[in-house]
Design a protein around this ligand. Structure first.
Ligand SMILES: NC(=O)c1ccc[n+]([C@@H]2O[C@H](COP(=O)([O-])OP(=O)(O)OC[C@H]3O[C@@H](n4cnc5c(N)ncnc54)[C@H](OP(=O)(O)O)[C@@H]3O)[C@@H](O)[C@H]2O)c1
Length: 274
């Protein structure tokens, strides 16, 4: 999957936070010769425009014969049903469609775009905005090796990519990596508040919490050691870290709380699916 991919034309539908992050990643990686972006909100468009990008306010302005190699759908889940029918003919002509809309299943996409459409459903996460995201992708039976490599390259432009065969896992994926950045940001908030409680001025507590989470995350990313090994390496018997971990690793500590949180997110993802 690591071969360079260059597409003649790439269509982006919705250029908000995530669509904009993807577009920046594609431009940086020279993924296509030409980009067509359908985005009604002028304010959402990136400030630095490339001459290779054409913005259209509505699909009505698309060349009716346009058949991009791939189209990425990055609109909110609630506008998917009204948006997709505009692209049904394009899907029938062979364009690969990749949707990042949370909870929208391959079946939903096939119902809207046609049962013969080549479809990939993916779940990226917000660190994609700085090229450090992780996306999980799942393809339908119409996606061949070429399309799969294309979808992989589109997502790899903003971080790591993992593929799953069983779409049912998407709810758990959403609960771990999709929603996960919010848990980490909450950890920074909690660590800051606890630092203030322990006597630190708030700006310093916030600086320490932010840098500690960022630095530890980077260490976990580059280290060959497991998270448990990294944790044990900073925990000496009878020391300060041990005293804190005795609280965090108690029976009613972080583990059961995280399990409850992730299961609640997975349940909600299932409820919202369509
Ligand atoms: N942000 C994340 O961390 C994240 C993570 C995983 C998946 N996702 C998925 O990514 C998708 C986009 O999320 P987001 O956070 O980027 O939302 P967003 O910032 O609201 O971006 C969506 C953009 O699409 C535009 N739009 C609305 N209707 C459209 C249409 N018919 N055709 C073309 N563009 C249209 C919106 O314009 P208006 O503002 O004028 O409506 C907006 O600029 C969602 O489905 C979400 O589930 C997001």
């Amino acid at each position: 999957m690591s071969q360079p991919v260059s597409l003649p034309t790439l269509l982006l539908i919705g250029c908000g936070r995530m669509g904009g992050a993807l577009l920046s990643g594609w431009l940086e990686n020279d993924l296509a010769e030409r980009y067509v972006v359908v985005e009604p909100a002028v304010g959402s468009r990136p400030k630095t425009l490339s001459p290779h990008v054409a913005f259209l306010e509505s699909p009505d302005h698309l060349d009716p014969k346009l058949t991009p190699a791939a189209a990425v759908i990055a609109v909110k889940p609630q506008v998917m049903a009204e948006t997709l029918p505009h692209y049904r003919a394009m899907a029938a002509r062979g364009t690969l469609f990749l949707s990042i809309a949370a909870g929208k299943t391959l079946k939903f996409l096939a119902d809207a775009l046609g049962k013969d459409a080549a479809l990939v459903r993916a779940m990226p996460n917000t660190p994609a905005a700085i090229g450090h995201g992780i996306s999980v992708a799942c393809a339908n039976k119409r996606v061949d090796q070429t399309d799969r490599a294309r979808a992989d390259a589109l997502l790899a432009a903003v971080g790591q990519v993992a593929w799953i065969e069983d779409e049912a896992l998407m709810d758990a994926v959403t609960a771990v990596s999709g929603s996960g950045p919010a848990y980490v940001f909450l950890l920074i908030e909690c660590l800051t508040k606890a630092g203030v409680e322990a006597g630190l001025p708030e700006p310093l507590a916030e600086k320490l919490a932010r840098a500690t989470v960022a630095g530890s995350g980077e260490l976990a990313r580059v280290s060959p050691e497991s998270a448990a090994q990294l944790r044990e390496a900073v925990t000496s018997p009878g020391g300060t870290t041990r005293a804190a971990l005795d609280v965090l690793m108690a029976k009613d500590g972080l583990e059961p709380l995280m399990r409850k949180a992730v299961l609640a997110a997975a349940k909600r993802s299932k409820e919202l699916a369509g």
